[in-house]
Write a protein that binds this ligand. Structure first.
Ligand code: UDP
Length: 235
């Protein structure tokens, strides 16, 4: 399947049209940004690794009955997906305190949560993706009550599947971000990607961070961390 026209270029991916109006191609780049694009860099082979890791996780979720946009991975950096109208909402699910939650509520990173926490953020670069609640999402027309119910319940199911999958590979799923969209037939599907850019993954034995925090926090061995997740998840 051929890439036709560049529809959108984000920080880590491009989205291309195809001859089929229901399908687009996500092209995975090596570019990385953090802190609302104030920090920029590249991580060698990241696009290739994230594409393969995402495919593995989308297939796992499909097996668990989660509807996703994944169709095929025709090449190292290309993923064919269903075309979605993306909700301008980022859903974050957390199992362990880290990152912005630690800062906002003054908790120590690493504290295990007694139940998953679900947060919504308004996807808006100019505003730095502010946190919102259900009421904001509904009143400002980002999604309906029914949409949010589907999105949140699906996210919790995704969490259960991914947590178990990663635990079997000695990885702790600390937190992650999901995006959803509506397909032409009206179905709400899980979209975007699921990879070490969008998940925090800590080695269970050593606590070592094997995710984008190595880039964000200048911890070194960034590529090695993505390779290690690939090795545990895909191979
Ligand atoms: N995340 C993401 N994209 C974003 C913001 C967050 O993929 O624009 C992911 C991030 O990798 C982490 C989780 O969502 O796994 C929670 O991030 P947090 O709110 O702690 O933000 P951060 O510490 O990255 O500022």
């Amino acid at each position: 399947m051929e890439r036709k026209e560049l529809l959108y270029e984000g920080k880590a991916k491009q989205v291309w049209s195809t001859a089929d109006p229901d399908l687009v191609i996500q092209y995975f780049k090596d570019d990385a940004t953090a802190f609302n694009a104030q920090k920029r860099g590249t991580i060698a082979s990241k696009g290739v690794l994230n594409n393969a890791i995402s495919e593995r996780l989308f297939l796992l979720l499909a097996d668990a009955g989660v509807r996703t946009h994944f169709v095929a991975r025709p090449s190292e950096r290309e993923m064919v997906v269903r075309k979605l109208a993306i909700f301008p909402i980022e859903v974050v699910v957390r199992n362990v305190v880290a990152g912005s939650l630690a800062q906002r509520l003054g908790r120590d990173e690493g504290e295990k949560l007694p139940a998953p926490v679900v947060e919504l953020y308004y996807k808006n670069d100019a505003l730095g993706d502010p946190m919102i609640n259900d009421s904001h999402a509904i009143v400002f027309g980002l999604a309906t009550r029914a949409d949010l119910d589907t999105i949140v319940s699906t996210s919790l199911r995704v969490n259960e599947s991914l947590k178990a999958f990663f635990a079997a590979r000695n990885l702790m799923l600390v937190d992650f971000k999901l995006e959803y969209g509506r397909a032409a037939d009206g179905a709400i599907l899980l979209g975007d990607e699921i990879c070490p850019d969008t998940c925090r993954l800590w080695d269970v034995s050593t606590g070592e961070r094997l995710d984008k925090d190595r880039f964000r926090r200048d911890l070194g061995r960034v590529e090695e961390a993505y390779q290690e997740v690939y090795r545990r998840v895909v191979r």
